[in-house]
Write a protein that binds this ligand. Structure first.
Ligand SMILES: [Zn+2]
Length: 487
């Protein structure tokens, strides 16, 4: 008889049974939405602690928790975990970009004083290589979504995660909590889990009265919390803990992210896929490394067109009649694979070939060393052009806190713009060409959907991920999307 069998047979059966019945419940909150402060206060009232998975690049933006909010959560005993810098769809990225998204996020959160050992995959999207990167970045565990029995899915799935989990870097949960969950669903899920014991993690996004489909009403959350408190005080079998209290161990030091590519030499075009020939993916209307950005309530139409200045393809943007705001195509606001690195104090020449039936201008965004993107400046307007015309503009000197740039030709009235062969070239020395940027007039919205493409089976509302940038400050309208893995 082998040793393992001997050990199993010698294990006290009663002890095994009682250990198995213990249930640990974790309450986790994704994306750092400002409404989660309400949840924090409710948990505080019932002496419970949650885990908040934060995108460091979105901290402090309108609609998101500010750094002082995170400090107050930490002071109350809640856990701060990582969720990538910009809520990236990790499996779609190169290994180096995924490394930057995971390691830099953790590094930034730790530099702010948080003890960060738990990670959650945005959209619950991961693959084995991404799991390894989460581990290499120093995380002790990473949470997925789904693969446990839920009120409306996964009927034959297990009801709890095992302790320790089968895969520390793909821990399982029921479906995300959204408006389809009733209080009875929440309670029943706990009671069912108590029968088997183990670890039951709930994932929440907004705590509000109907601000999003991915929400729970504060009153309902408080009722559930109060019920959980009674449950844990009358039965020692069920306890509420943070992820860090479940997956215990020393926190690993911060791991430096793979640096972005250095700025290109003066005179060289810094833009990837600058002739827009490579598609962004099967069926994508956007070129690889380029994303749609817009302001206003309209949804501009983006398409690939063979009406190209050179090569086979150009990009066409249509702003519908009767709409306001603007529309543009810009290098994806990432951490180095697409958006070009820049050198502070240098000036850049930006150019693009275009045809349009309305005025155009360049809009520029900059990224700081922590990975946060913000509107920077825009060029003067250039006239509509029926035939292919080259738009050229020299930027002001790059500010000292900017490490990367994104730029796109923009229309801000109904019409069409076809654009091709863009360039962004370091034109140092800066001294000879002082330029004063005009004040921007419109709020801009950057649509992240192109590179954080939602893959939910549930419906279209999950697929919109966007950030609204207002004048000189990023105004976020990032509607969290998440994807439930196929069961
Ligand atoms: Zn998320």
């Amino acid at each position: 008889m082998c040793l393992a069998t001997t050990l199993l047979l010698s294990f006290p059966r009663n002890a095994e049974a009682s250990a198995a019945r213990r249930l640990t419940v974790s309450l986790t909150f994704d994306d750092g939405f400002a409404s989660q402060l309400v949840a924090g206060r409710i948990l505080d009232r019932y002496d419970m602690r949650g885990t908040f998975y934060i995108n460091s690049g979105l901290v402090g933006l309108p609609g998101y928790l500010a750094l002082e909010d995170l400090d107050s959560l930490k002071a109350a005993g809640h856990e701060i975990g990582g969720h990538t810098v910009t809520h990236a769809d990790l499996p779609t990225l190169s290994a180096t970009e995924a490394n930057r998204q995971i390691c830099q996020d953790r590094q930034t959160l730790m530099s702010w004083g948080f003890d960060v050992s738990s990670f959650a995959y945005p959209y619950s999207a991961f693959k084995p290589s991404v799991e390894r990167i989460a581990q290499q970045c120093g995380y002790r565990t990473a949470r997925a979504v789904g693969s446990l029995k839920s009120p409306h899915s996964c009927a034959d799935c297990p009801v709890t995660e095992s302790v320790p989990p089968a895969d520390l870097y793909a821990t399982r949960t029921p479906d995300d909590i959204d408006t389809s969950w009733s209080l009875a669903d929440l309670r029943n899920t706990v009671m069912r889990a108590e029968e088997s014991g183990g670890w039951l993690t709930f994932n929440l996004h907004h705590i509000c009265d109907g601000c999003s489909p991915a929400s729970i009403r504060p009153a309902e959350f408080e009722q559930f919390t109060a019920w959980l408190k009674r449950r844990s005080s009358t039965s020692a079998r069920t306890t509420v803990r943070t992820v860090q209290q479940v997956i215990t161990g020393a926190t690993k030091p911060a791991v430096a992210a793979t640096p972005p590519p250095p700025p290109r030499s003066p005179g060289k075009n810094s833009l990837r896929n600058h002739s827009l020939e490579v598609a962004g993916g099967t069926g994508s209307a956007l070129p690889h490394c380029w994303s749609a950005a817009s302001s206003g309530s309209h949804e501009p139409k983006h398409s690939r067109t063979t009406d190209a200045h050179t090569g086979t393809f150009a990009a066409k943007i249509t702003m519908p009649r009767g709409t306001d705001g603007d529309a543009k195509l810009i290098p994806t606001l990432d951490l180095g694979d697409c958006a070009p690195s820049v050198t502070s104090d240098h000036i850049y020449e930006v150019s693009a070939w275009y045809r349009s039936n309305t005025e155009v201008y360049f809009t520029l965004y900059q990224r700081d060393a922590a990975g946060q993107w913000a509107y920077w400046t825009q060029s003067p307007a250039m006239t509509a052009a029926k035939g292919w015309t080259k738009a050229t503009w020299i930027t002001p000197p790059v500010s000292s806190d900017a490490v990367a740039m994104s730029v796109g030709l923009t229309i801000d009235s109904p019409g069409t713009l076809t654009v091709d062969d863009l360039s962004f070239v370091d034109e140092t020395p800066a001294a000879a060409r002082p330029t004063t940027p005009p004040a921007a007039e419109d709020a801009d919205r950057i649509d992240y959907a192109a590179y954080t493409e939602d893959q939910s089976a549930d419906g279209g509302w999950l697929g919109i991920v966007c950030i609204t940038i207002a004048l000189l400050a990023l105004v976020a309208g990032l509607l969290d999307s998440y994807r439930t893995k196929a069961h």
